[in-house]
Design a protein around this ligand. Structure first.
Ligand code: BT5
Length: 271
């Protein structure tokens, strides 16, 4: 992609978000920052904040992905936010919050920006074979308390270009539509969709969302490369298990892989 000056757009406005939110408790407390190390790290420092608190920054100096990878967080172009959750869930079910979040983000972006995004299992939102959004869910269990989950969401919105290391794999809503979007509107839509799906998940479990998730999957029914600590191999992704893991067919056998153990790459394109 051609290098261009970064496009800074209007700041994210807490008032606009609150006006548009349709939630009961997600985003009722919003903490906004100009610059922060990482909104996930900030949420971890503020664990005593109410369930559903949201931390949003214009810029992250140490935006994080999984396994200490970097999340590029260009100032005032993207959405960098974390939601603090205190669910009555067993720690075993916590990984399912990642696909629930993926569903919420994909649904919000389809509605607000009219972009045909898909979900790359387990934690990316992709379009045209490129990554538009990443999700990082982290679990902390303070002594004597229920699990606290911090769900970090990074969405490329008005970026015109990306740094060299990711310019081939990253895209933004602007790059896909040539339109600049109001990030506050997207934040409100993502949080509203998140609460809707999260409530279904808490009440009925991930199986209640499986059909919708699978319909939006960029991974299912594709040949994939499984990258595990013991090596890489090709497999065919046949479905998503009710517990959120990926079902693959490999050497004539059906196996389940969980997101903590492996990364998945499409064979022909990034997804
Ligand atoms: C993720 O990790 O995709 C999770 C990203 C979560 C970011 C949010 S922002 C708010 C909150 N606060 C944080 O500190 N983090 C969360 P992973 O699957 O490990 O992917 C990381 C990889 O994505 C990197 O190694 C790059 O290849 C690529 N990448 C980095 N920045 C990107 C960007 N802005 N857009 C697309 N791809 C990117």
């Amino acid at each position: 992609m051609k290098k261009e000056k970064p496009t800074m757009t209007e700041k994210i406005s807490q008032n606009t978000i609150k006006k548009l939110l349709t939630t009961r408790y997600i985003g009722k407390n919003i903490f906004c920052y100009d610059t922060i190390d990482s909104t996930n790290t900030e949420a971890k420092r503020k664990l005593s904040s109410p369930d559903g608190s949201v931390f949003i920054a214009e810029h992250q100096q140490k935006g994080r992905g999984r396994l200490s990878r970097v999340w590029e967080s260009e100032k005032s172009c993207g959405i960098y936010m974390s939601v603090l959750l205190k669910p009555q869930l067993s720690p075993d079910s916590v990984p399912e919050i990642t696909p629930v979040t993926g569903l919420a983000v994909a649904s919000a972006l389809r509605k607000i920006c009219n972009v045909p995004v898909l979900i790359k299992w387990p934690n990316d939102i992709v379009i045209s074979g490129k990554k538009l959004c990443g999700i990082l869910a982290e679990l902390t269990i303070p002594e004597g308390e229920i699990p606290h989950v911090i769900v970090g969401i990074g969405i490329n919105v008005n970026n015109h270009s990306f740094p060299d290391g990711i310019s081939d794999i990253a895209t933004s809503i602007f790059c896909e539509t040539e339109k600049t979007f109001d990030r506050s509107e997207i934040v409100a839509a993502v949080l509203s969709e998140f609460e809707r799906y999260y409530e279904i998940f808490l009440n009925y479990g991930f199986p209640a969302l499986l059909k919708e998730y699978t319909e939006l999957s960029a991974t299912v029914n594709r040949e994939v490369e499984i990258i595990s600590p013991t090596g890489c191999y090709r497999a065919f992704a046949t479905g998503i298990d009710p517990d959120g893991s990926l079902i693959i067919s490999h050497n004539g056998k059906t196996e389940k892989v969980s997101s903590g153990e492996v990364s998945v790459r499409g064979i022909y394109r990034y997804v």
